[in-house]
Design a protein around this ligand. Structure first.
Ligand SMILES: *Cc1c(COP(=O)(O)O)cnc(C)c1O
Length: 383
């Protein structure tokens, strides 16, 4: 099976699996225990934190391990909003991941926060000036995702981050998609670290295990934890650490990030060749997301008079695992809210088809992908 759904979950990297097995085989231990096995667990945890921090240009104290991207997004939005006395206003965009959008809606409903969702253009890009105009003296947090998972568009957040910081609002970015295929750093002198106060990442988008992630957040930013208890993670996220997952996570990040730049170059060439073939040979095919400002491993389309659902099933039969791009469950043909926000008609938005490469493909796999996709699309297309 040719697995091309890395944006949903990347395949587990061998190095991550090896690390996890080593941790699991070492036997039971709680990193908070005093005995030797406990102290060994503590050593593993410390090493993972150091490895992740180094790979991402962060300080160890800036890493809060969580159960994944969803929890990191919930933690920063709820935690900062509750702890920050500035006001009750959040600025975000119309195409954020549901873990951002629904958390904002929750804060609106439960605590009366005012939420400004800035609209996007046909490519899924926000106008930085519009976001900046929405930031006020009562804005507690500005959250703009670095890359969209469904259509692959990468945002410019530089000016937004500067404007947020200038008024004392916390600038957060959901970097879960971007960090897995672009060289992303939390270093305050690097991109995008120089523009953000907080950043969410998720292990399984890097090729680490599912169920681990992190919020990177500057030391001086006050936030209230969501999980209160034993005081783990420097009292910012209580609960016994998922040691094997955290170790696998940091191994995956440290393995993949140093080569992100060169991998990206190869994948961009492959991605663009693939996109060209589909657009040239399938009448009515359109690329979704920005043509150039997009993550390197991401190709996504909509079609005229073709059902995205049945294409996925047929591709699967031909050994290609692709996706519609949105999290809606199979069998339910709701148009994607993100594509609607980008101005696509509902019947077009239901035809979404997404291919996200975990790695550059070899020639055999690439040719198989092109042949099978063209043949399935031609079979479904208007005669
Ligand atoms: C996958 C994803 C998330 C959620 O991460 P989980 O670890 O699955 O909870 C959040 N934001 C974006 C952009 C994602 O792609």
């Amino acid at each position: 099976m040719l697995y091309l759904d890395a944006a949903a979950t990347a395949p587990l990297r061998e190095a991550a699996r090896d690390t996890m097995l080593k941790v699991l085989n070492a036997g039971p231990a709680n990193a908070s225990s005093v005995h030797t096995p406990g102290q060994n667990a503590k050593t593993v945890l410390n090493h993972a934190r150091q490895q992740l921090a180094t790979a991402l240009g962060a300080r160890e104290s800036e890493v809060v391990f969580t159960s994944g991207g969803t929890e990191a997004n919930n933690l920063v939005l709820k935690g900062v909003s509750v702890a920050n006395p500035r006001g009750r206003h959040i600025v975000t965009t119309a195409i954020e991941h549901s873990s951002i959008r629904k958390t904002c809606q929750f804060l609106g409903k439960l605590a009366g926060f005012e939420i400004t969702e800035v609209e996007v253009d046909q490519y899924g890009r926000v106008d930085e000036s519009e976001v900046i105009a929405a930031i006020g003296n009562d804005t507690t947090i500005v959250s703009v995702g670095l890359a969209n998972g469904e259509v692959g568009t990468v945002q410019s957040i530089d000016r937004i981050g500067q404007a947020a910081k200038a008024v004392g609002a916390v600038m957060h970015t959901d970097a879960v998609q971007a960090a897995a295929s672009l060289p992303v750093s939390f270093d305050s002198k690097a991109w995008p670290g120089q523009y953000v106060d907080a950043m969410s990442i998720a292990s399984h988008k890097f090729g680490g295990p599912q169920g681990a992630g992190a919020l990177l957040i500057r030391d001086d930013i006050a936030f209230e934890p969501l999980l209160h208890g034993g005081g783990q993670e420097n009292s910012r996220r209580s609960g016994t650490e998922n040691l094997a997952a955290i170790a696998g996570f940091s191994t995956a990040v440290a393995t993949i990030l140093p080569t992100a730049g060169t991998r990206a170059q190869t994948m961009v060439a492959q991605r663009d060749a693939f996109i060209s073939r589909i657009l040239e040979e399938i009448p009515g095919a359109r690329l979704t997301g920005h043509p150039t400002e997009r993550v390197p491993n991401h190709a996504s389309f909509v079609f005229e008079r073709i059902s995205g659902e049945s294409i996925l099933v047929d591709l699967d039969v031909m050994g290609v695992a692709a996706s519609s791009g949105s999290a809606c469950s199979a069998g339910k043909k709701e148009p994607s809210g993100i594509l609607l926000a980008m101005g696509f008609e509902p019947d077009v938005a239901t035809t979404a088809l997404r291919f996200t490469f975990p790695d550059p493909l070899n020639d055999t796999d690439y040719n198989h992908l092109v042949d099978q996709t063209l043949s399935v699309l031609n079979r479904h297309g208007p005669q």
